[in-house]
Write a protein that binds this ligand. Structure first.
Ligand code: SF4
Ligand code: SF4
Length: 411
């Protein structure tokens, strides 16, 4: 492991301050899951007292990479980065679990296969097979909480977003030209979010190009498969370098944070030049376009959930809130108590650790309900899936929507 990451081991004073900020520690009370516990274990691995084994692999896979410990650590220990590098080392040492290996290496790299999977899921939901599967309870017999994980999936679109929109979306007298990185969830599951992004940008005289693109790589990087993550990142850099644009925008916090890490994780000159152009759609609408809205009164209270991958980026906390304030009086923004607490989605954490992720999201659901809002907005399609799932399970009438959907709604 690179010395710059190992420095974190020396910096940790074992003060335990991270316990108060770790959503997994709140949910489990277990020391190995908190930053201090992981640092201690890794110290033993480095000094040869411990060897990587199944139990350690399970402990290091149990981290949301939410960065809350790092943000609040008095000694600047970046435990989330350290965990990622441990996962990389584990993959080099022991390989990937078979399911992840197949998904990352035989699905994520191929857009055609991803689109085909989207169609299969659509048919599964639309032809009555899903109903049959649920009624028969056959998934209850499967391992890994498959029956519950299956319920995470919202209605899937029959055609992917990028298959329904052209490469070039022109406007008369464009102010700016942007490339849109859609992310996999918007592309395959939530095309309405992509349509909202297009609508808002075009209404503000922004020409939008949607280049050929791949998964940003976050599921692979977060699981330690840097080879697949780098393959995908380099493909994205190559495709986006082909079009001269003023900015690259994305509606996905996880994709944004992965793009921001490309210069560190990819050995590619192009990444350095492209990355300064990437921007979260909320920040782009507020800071670059400074959009003006004049909405009619709807009287709907809306609160906001901070995606972990957005809140520490420039404007990541302020821009979505500023947009929500500009939606008044259609939507009245109210802050919730636990706005910046991780929702437990964490890329694919809610798939690999379903029950624990539901424990993590429980206080968030309570906080949303206590805010009195009828809607919770956010800026990450994965968080929205997790929040809608948890709200449904809690029989809450509150719905989770992307901020840009609300903006498009008042235009
Ligand atoms: S990671 Fe930071 S907060 Fe946690 S024990 Fe170490 S020094 Fe203290
Ligand atoms: S990154 Fe989040 S989940 Fe992981 S140890 Fe830190 S606070 Fe806990």
């Amino acid at each position: 492991m690179d010395e710059k990451y190992l420095d974190n081991l020396k910096k940790c004073s074992r003060c335990g301050g991270c316990q108060a900020h770790c959503p997994l520690f709140s949910a489990t009370g277990r020391e190995p899951y908190v930053a201090r516990g992981k640092v201690e274990l890794l110290d033993h691995v480095r000094s040869g007292n411990l060897q990587w084994n199944d139990k350690l692999a399970e402990i290091f896979s149990t981290c949301l990479l939410c960065g809350s410990c790092a943000e609040n650590c008095p000694n600047g220990v970046q435990a989330d980065r350290l965990v990622m590098m441990c996962r990389k080392e584990l993959v080099a040492d022991r390989g990937l679990p078979i399911i992840k290996k197949n998904i990352f290496q035989h699905l994520l790299k191929y857009n055609g296969r991803l689109n085909a999977m989207g169609i299969l899921l659509y048919l599964y939901q639309k032809t009555g097979v899903q109903k049959l599967v649920r009624t028969s309870k056959v998934l209850e017999l499967m391992p890994m909480d498959l029956a519950r994980i299956e319920t995470l999936l919202p209605p899937v679109a029959g055609r992917s977003f990028r298959k329904t929109v052209p490469f070039l979306n022109p406007v008369d007298h464009p102010r700016l030209r942007v490339a849109y990185f859609t992310g996999c969830v918007t592309n395959l599951i939530s095309p309405h979010v992509g349509l909202s992004v297009l609508r808002v940008l075009q209404a503000n005289q922004v020409e939008v190009v949607i280049p050929e693109q791949y998964c940003c790589g976050v599921p692979a990087f977060a699981s330690g498969d840097f080879a697949t993550g780098s393959f995908l990142g380099q493909a994205n850099v190559r495709e986006f370098s082909r079009y001269p644009v003023d900015y690259i925008v994305t509606d996905c916090a996880s994709c944004l944070s992965t793009w921001l890490a490309y210069p560190e994780w990819l050995e590619s000159q192009g990444a350095d030049q492209l990355v300064p152009k990437i921007m979260d759609i909320n920040r782009f609408l507020v800071e670059v376009l400074d959009i003006k809205l004049n909405p009619q009164e709807l009287g709907i209270k809306v609160t906001y959930h901070d995606p972990c991958h957005l809140k520490r980026t420039t404007g990541g906390k302020s821009a979505p809130r500023e947009l929500l304030k500009r939606l008044s009086p259609a939507y009245e923004f109210v802050e919730m108590g636990l706005a910046d607490r991780c929702c437990g989605s964490a890329g694919s954490f809610n798939l690999s650790h379903y029950r624990l992720s539901q424990k993590v999201v429980a206080p968030k659901v309570k906080s949303i309900e206590e805010s009195g809002a009828g809607l919770v907005a956010s800026a990450c399609p994965s968080c929205l899936m997790q929040l809608n799932h948890a709200l449904r399970n809690n029989e809450s009438p509150v719905q989770a929507k992307h901020v840009v959907e609300l903006v498009a709604n008042v235009m």
